[in-house]
Design a protein around this ligand. Sequence first.
Ligand SMILES: [Cu+2]
Length: 164
Amino acid sequence: MAIKAFAAGAMAALALALASCGSQPQPDASETAVSEPEAPPGITLSDARVQLPLVSGRPGAAYFSVSQANGAPRKVVGVAVEMAARAEMHETKGGSMAPVSEVPIGPGKTVKFAPGGYHVMLFDLDPKLRFTKDVELTVTFDGGDKASTRAPVTTMQETMEMSH
Ligand SMILES: [Cu+2]
């Protein structure tokens, strides 16, 4: 299905991005000058974070909020996270979860990917993720538009502290 094709495309793009990062020094690259890719008009990503699994080898998770200010209703059709080979959108419903291929948003709406609802499962994590401060999280919309943000990498323990 479309999701598979997207994932392959995203991985290829990620591989390219990593390759270019390693081979080309970027004079302007600094903590404050993170390149925020061309988000579609009116779309804002916020509160992104990646959660490491408690036990390594298990899937991780990614959470974020996406807001649409105006325009025709959009859909989130995919999420990719740097250092995760595969990311799936899931929805938790009645105690179990299932993959979803699209998540509708709309003008004036904010949709949260958070524990207990929509979330992103991350598979085949790069072991170095554990020692990484933040990674790029990229959201793909219907029509192919993408928006990216930095997602801090958190542990389960930090998450529990945050929820106080
Ligand atoms: Cu899940």
